[in-house]
Design a protein around this ligand. Structure first.
Ligand SMILES: Nc1ncnc2c1ncn2[C@@H]1O[C@H](COP(=O)(O)OP(=O)(O)OP(=O)(O)O)[C@@H](O)[C@H]1O
Ligand SMILES: [Mg+2]
Length: 261
């Protein structure tokens, strides 16, 4: 695997919780990786660590060949040029139009002139199936439209790495499929390194090249098939809890998960 992001032996305590306890995993270039795990396992925190929005207590995080844990804020800003982020819940700014929301990363990370910004915003909104929504405010969009607009904002600077926190949460099945196809399509067409967190098991199993399962502050990594075949009790309990009429892992199948070190 051509590793675009490598996390090694991370420790991080938040409040009195040891959220990461020797956590290691890598994310391949051009792959779709899905981070799974129970609520509070640390999925959102992992994305924040990868984007340099949070520093670990110790351990190494290399993004595009660069060790980011020791970078200054100014240097981190430069690394974030390569990263698009879709936060949990979408998080468009309510006081701004769709146009201004999607233009924001261009204003922060580039020196493009207004006509170029307008062209770029229009192109991205068309790509997510939201043409002509520029003048609307977030409150005028449905949940699925909001998520797609947030996705347009995440990809507007042409990042090579896109981090999406729970892109399917709160969406109806039609919109789940839509976002799923959109993400898969963008990833394949643009060669994005896409890292999503998700509770949505069917989408995750359909989309993922690689799954990182977070448990007890560590990572179990493998393909979707390996996830389904795992005999790790913590994995099978999670799969059963998330199971929605989709195939459960074969009971007693041989575990091929990489054990936490
Ligand atoms: N700033 C903070 N201060 C203290 N504790 C925090 C902070 N941020 C996160 N935590 C704790 O860290 C743990 C991991 O939180 P995180 O939001 O990463 O979980 P998650 O896996 O994304 O959960 P969910 O599936 O509910 O989104 C939780 O126990 C949370 O309470
Ligand atoms: Mg979260």
């Amino acid at each position: 695997m051509d590793e675009r992001i490598c996390v090694e032996d991370i420790f991080l305590s938040l409040g009195d919780r040891k959220v990461f306890r020797g956590f290691s995993c890598c994310f391949g270039r051009g792959q779709i990786s899905i981070v799974m795990g129970g609520s509070g396992a640390g999925k959102s925190t992992l994305l924040r660590l990868l984007a340099g929005l949070q520093r670990p207590d110790r351990g190494s995080i290399r993004v595009a060949g660069e060790e980011i844990t020791r970078l200054s804020e100014r240097e981190l800003f430069r690394v974030r040029d390569h990263i698009g982020m879709l936060f949990q819940g979408g998080a468009l700014l309510d006081s701004m139009t769709v146009y201004e929301n999607v233009a924001l990363p261009l204003r922060e990370h580039t020196r493009l002139a207004e006509p170029d910004i307008a062209a770029e915003v229009g192109r991205r909104l068309a790509a997510v199936g939201l043409p002509d929504t520029e003048p609307l405010y977030p409150r005028q969009l449905s949940g699925g439209m909001l998520r797609r607009a947030a996705l347009a904002r995440a990809i507007v600077t042409d990042p090579e790495i896109v981090l999406c926190d729970e892109p399917f949460s709160g969406l109806d099945p039609v919109n789940v499929r839509r976002i799923e196809h959109l993400l898969t399509d963008l990833s394949r067409k643009l060669g994005l390194t896409l890292i999503l967190t998700s509770h949505h098991l069917p989408s995750s199993l359909r989309m993922a090249d690689h799954i990182v399962f977070m448990v007890d502050g560590q990572a179990l990594c493998g393909s979707p098939a390996e996830l389904l075949a795992s005999d790790d009790k913590r994995v099978s309990e999670f799969l059963e809890a998330e199971h929605n009429g989709h195939p459960r892992p074969a009971p007693g199948a041989t575990g091929v998960w990489q054990a936490p070190s």
